[in-house]
Design a protein around this ligand. Structure first.
Ligand SMILES: NC(=O)c1ccc[n+]([C@@H]2O[C@H](COP(=O)([O-])OP(=O)(O)OC[C@H]3O[C@@H](n4cnc5c(N)ncnc54)[C@H](OP(=O)(O)O)[C@@H]3O)[C@@H](O)[C@H]2O)c1
Length: 231
């Protein structure tokens, strides 16, 4: 398998941290990013692998995103895999019919625009290298098929992220840039809670699978555990 440079957002804990670990074990150079310097240093220590590098990144901060774009270009000469993992606000306490729109906007700022901002930053590098794998970590809660009420900020922002996946995939296919959405399933993390049936290792596997897709692999699709699911 081709060894690549990968960047994972929101990787100080939960699924992101495990994605970093699995990609690093597979031999890639992995940039573990998170918004807090101390938490990032701790995560780096916990992983303890020489091919993992840490950089601060707040995906809602345009300056922080621009800075990491410059850093990655200078240090690594390009980026092959972008894992948009950071996500917030599983808003079970509100409904679409009574939602706090400020709270919904905040959710969109991270779950949709944060991912989009990073993609825009790294597309030129990926196009230049005629290679790229973009994984948008989404959720079954964002699938239009069978969608019900509740978790409005989270569900609608993930549905929008899925739409972004489709549009980008269509626009970038000719550059061997594959863009897919992946649902990790219900995973035991701060977001998923302790009752979730899946481990972070199980949740991360499908994300790593999509990041390592070979050329000619699927693009513009939605997967769980490497199997296509409905948007
Ligand atoms: N767990 C599940 O059952 C489940 C199910 C479906 C989908 N997902 C998706 O899987 C992804 C990872 O979820 P998780 O369960 O691992 O969640 P988590 O444990 O809550 O971790 C979320 C991560 O995102 C980071 N983050 C939040 N806002 C950020 C920002 N502005 N800039 C950079 N990082 C930011 C957090 O950093 P801080 O530590 O600084 O807050 C944290 O590292 C999310 O996109 C989530 O929607 C999870």
């Amino acid at each position: 398998m081709k060894k690549n440079v990968a960047l994972v957002t929101g990787a100080n804990r939960g699924i992101g941290l495990e994605v970093v670990r699995q990609l690093a074990v597979n031999g890639h150079q992995v940039i573990l990013t998170c918004r807090n310097f101390d938490k990032g240093q701790e995560a780096l220590k916990e992983i303890g692998l020489a091919n993992v590098h840490f950089h601060v990144l707040d995906i809602t901060d345009a300056r922080s995103v621009k800075e990491i774009g410059n850093h990655v270009e200078k240090q690594f000469g390009g980026l092959d895999m972008l894992i948009n993992n950071a996500g917030i606000n599983y808003d079970t306490w509100q409904q679409a019919s009574n939602a706090d729109l400020e709270n919904v906007k905040e959710t969109f700022e991270a779950n949709l625009f944060g991912a989009w901002r990073l993609i825009l930053t790294f597309i030129p590098l990926m196009k230049r290298n005629k290679y790229g794998r973009i994984v948008n970590v989404s959720s079954g809660a964002g699938a239009l098929e069978g969608m019900k009420g509740g978790t409005p900020g989270y569900g609608v922002s993930k549905a929008a992220l899925n739409a972004l996946t489709i549009k980008l995939a269509s626009e970038l296919m000719e550059f061997d840039i594959l863009v897919n959405s992946v649902c990790p399933g219900w995973v035991r993390t701060e977001m998923g809670g302790s009752n979730a049936p899946r481990s972070t290792a199980q949740g991360a596997e499908g994300i790593v699978w999509a990041a390592e897709l070979p050329s000619g692999g699927p693009t513009g699709k939605f997967f769980r555990d490497g199997k296509e699911i409905h948007f």
